[in-house]
Design a binder for this molecule. Structure first.
Ligand code: GPP
Ligand code: MG
Length: 284
């Protein structure tokens, strides 16, 4: 059986394997954090850690750590949202690789805008739509089983688009061509991503381990700017969040929720081969 027989959304066997991963993913580090306030993230955290969460009664330690990791992940979402520009309730925005819907719901709560999230995981789409329904925002926040490289949405209809740690699953030339088509002129594109550092050289061992863990393909930093320039996306800010995300990984590595990928992240960030960046661009 080929991926194309399976569905028109998944256009390769690679995409099928990524969809399989997310259709069955049930990591407590994602689900238990989401249960804190019903906002389910699939990205990492930024900011200083309150290390006192490790002190105090052992029976409630997990609960304190979960809340703290969730606070740091929510801070990452807020930082991305703050770069989307002045959005109004009538605007329409797209979350490319929307996971269980966290960032999309935060965007609607913050701006009141219309949000379309797309994911190639049917389970994630169903989960995210259920979250929107539970919050009573399903009229404005909708999740779709669609491919971010070929969404089928009308050209020029989005005021902003973001990828929150989802660009490493796609070819950037194809992704940015689709984003440029969908954004209105003057619209804003923002991504937060882990990229490898061209100045270090080819991907380090730790980066190869991260790629194997998530079935992704981390791009070099240079490719982001090359493909933005080729697709009318003009960078307006680049923020190196590497120092801000290391504390999150230090805390996560010391908890029962650790998945085993913590040390490669810490190694890669600390040896300079890997960088956690926010890149914002305007559609010219
Ligand atoms: C985290 O999702 C993000 C990815 C899988 C993409 C890879 C990101 C890089 C910066 C390389 P998650 O929250 O589902 O991961 P985990 O289960 O490890 O918390
Ligand atoms: Mg996670």
């Amino acid at each position: 059986m080929t991926a194309t027989q399976d569905s028109t959304v998944l256009s390769s066997l690679y995409q099928r394997s990524v969809a399989d991963y997310w259709n069955t993913e049930q990591n407590p580090v994602n689900l238990r954090l989401g249960e804190v306030d019903g906002i389910y993230h699939h990205h990492y955290g930024i900011g200083e850690v309150d290390w006192t969460v490790l002190d105090g009664p052992a029976e409630t330690r997990d609960e304190r750590v979960i809340k703290e990791l969730h606070r740091l992940e929510s801070a990452q979402t807020d930082f991305l949202m703050s770069r989307l520009g002045p959005l109004e309730p009538h605007h329409r925005v797209m979350d490319a690789g929307s996971g269980r819907g966290g960032s999309s719901i935060v965007a609607n709560l913050r701006f009141g805008c219309h949000v379309d999230g797309v994911s190639i995981s049917e389970s994630q789409v169903a989960f995210a739509n259920e979250q929107a329904r539970k919050r009573g925002v399903a009229d404005k926040v909708r999740f779709h089983f669609r491919n971010m490289l070929d969404t089928g949405f009308e050209s020029g209809t989005f005021q902003a688009i973001w990828n929150n740690e989802s660009t490493m699953y796609v070819e950037l030339s194809l992704l940015f061509a689709e984003h440029a088509r969908l954004l209105s002129r003057g619209g804003r594109y923002v991504c937060i991503t882990g990229c490898y550092n061209d100045a270090y050289g080819l991907p380090s061992r730790a980066i190869s381990q991260i790629n194997a863990h998530y079935i992704c393909d981390i791009h070099p930093r240079s490719t982001y700017f090359k493909e933005m320039a080729a697709n009318r996306l003009v960078p307006i800010s680049v923020v190196d969040l590497t120092p801000a995300t290391i504390p999150y990984w230090e805390l996560r590595a010391r908890t029962a929720l650790a998945t085993g990928i913590e040390q490669p992240f810490l190694d890669a960030y600390k040896n300079g081969s890997f960088q956690y960046l926010l890149i914002a661009a305007d559609r010219a």
